[in-house]
Design a protein around this ligand. Structure first.
Ligand code: PMP
Length: 359
């Protein structure tokens, strides 16, 4: 039976990447060692981390005045690092579009000397849409405006990045980094946990405009962007194997035509599933049309019992991790870059057969 992994993260990785890692697993480039066994100060690993950065810069066309950091602690640690480094003694603005935004807001609020203002929220409508943000809503004295570009659980995406004047936009891009043709220059900071579109868990990518480094004194060395940047992400031992895997994923992405190529494929996959949902008399999308994500696609039958039946039968047929997040129920198909189109076609056929029997 073919297994399709619809997990929201850690998520499916490209098969050629896993095969390449397997082929190099025991003996990396004739060193007689696995990448996992290499010193992070060795020339072999130095080449890996430099290649990973170079490839990411090429893929996202990252301007020279941005640093790329390979950190740990997940996107969740960025919820604290961002306000610590940028907003002490200042006001920070947030848009609340779901559970991850809420956690980012809570982490900023936990700091004594940061004033947090939530300028817009879709909480009253179960986060099923992205609120409109206008420049007039943005206090130009604020340290930053934080948005979650793609809301993994709710399946919403900002259709356009807000205009924030001179206030830098900080983006949690965990679930759609490298799956959209964003302009890095529109952001002050982009951060993402790796475990969806970049590689295995344990690595966090931070892309930060240089003038945002060293703004606030940060007493904790590991949480200081400036220190991490000064040490090229090698202040301490970085997640070496995860960085190696990221490098392989970036190479694979280049083979797919870079971001434009993968975006075309992602749009096609999502378009097929949304069309099937629209056509169906049983399944529907809970998300407002203009806010729909192409990476995380929730759908429901409207009946918790039928959702449960669908999830049970889908699982038995090899469709893994389709169950919606515990906070929303229903189903959710996460169609990250590495997810194969055939998996979407097979899911649609399965949904049609289920509808015939249960509709
Ligand atoms: N933000 C978003 C949008 C996410 O989807 C997730 C993880 N699913 C997180 C933050 C938290 O990431 P981590 O587990 O890497 O801390």
């Amino acid at each position: 039976m073919t297994i399709y992994n619809f997990s929201a993260g850690p998520a499916v990785l490209p098969k050629p990447v896993l095969e390449k890692a397997q082929s190099e697993f025991l003996d990396y480039q004739g060193s007689g060692m696995s990448v996992m066994e290499l010193s992070h100060r060795s020339s072999l690993f130095e080449a890996i981390i430099q290649d990973a950065e170079r490839l990411l810069r090429e893929l996202m066309q990252i301007p020279d005045n941005y640093k790329v950091l390979f950190l740990q602690g997940g996107a969740s640690l960025q919820f604290s690092m961002v306000p610590l480094n940028l907003a002490q003694g200042k006001k920070a603005l947030y848009v609340n579009t779901g559970m991850w935004s809420k956690k980012a807001i809570a982490a900023a609020k936990a700091l004594d000397n940061v004033e947090v203002e939530v300028i817009a929220s879709s909480a009253e409508d179960n986060f099923t849409y992205i609120p409109e943000i206008t420049e007039a809503m943005i206090d130009q004295d604020a340290a930053y405006l934080h948005i979650t570009t793609n809301n993994t659980i709710m399946g919403t995406t900002f259709a356009a990045i807000p205009k924030a004047g001179k206030v830098p936009i900080v983006a949690d891009m965990s679930s759609n980094i490298l799956a959209n043709d964003y302009h890095v220059a529109d952001f002050g900071i982009i951060y993402a946990g790796a475990q969806k579109n970049i590689g295995p868990a344990g690595l966090t990518v931070v892309i930060i405009r240089e003038d945002l480094l060293g703004l606030c004194p940060v007493a904790e060395p590991m949480l200081d962007y400036q220190l991490q940047a000064d040490n090229n992400s090698l202040y301490n031992t970085p997640p070496t194997f995860a960085i190696y895997m990221a490098k392989l994923v970036f190479e694979w992405l280049q083979d797919q035509g870079g971001v434009p190529g993968i975006l075309k494929a992602d749009r096609e996959k999502a378009g097929l599933l949304y069309a099937a949902i629209e056509k169906s008399a049983l399944f529907s999308s809970p998300v407002a049309i203009d806010s729909r994500s192409i990476t995380n696609i929730p759908f429901i039958t409207g009946s918790p019992e039928l959702d449960k039946k669908f999830n049970t039968e889908a699982l038995a047929a090899g469709f893994q991790n389709l169950k919606g997040h515990r906070s929303v129920g229903g189903m959710r198909a996460s169609l990250y870059n590495a997810f194969p189109k055939q998996g979407v076609l097979d899911l649609i056929a399965f949904m049609e057969a289920f509808e015939k029997e249960n509709g």
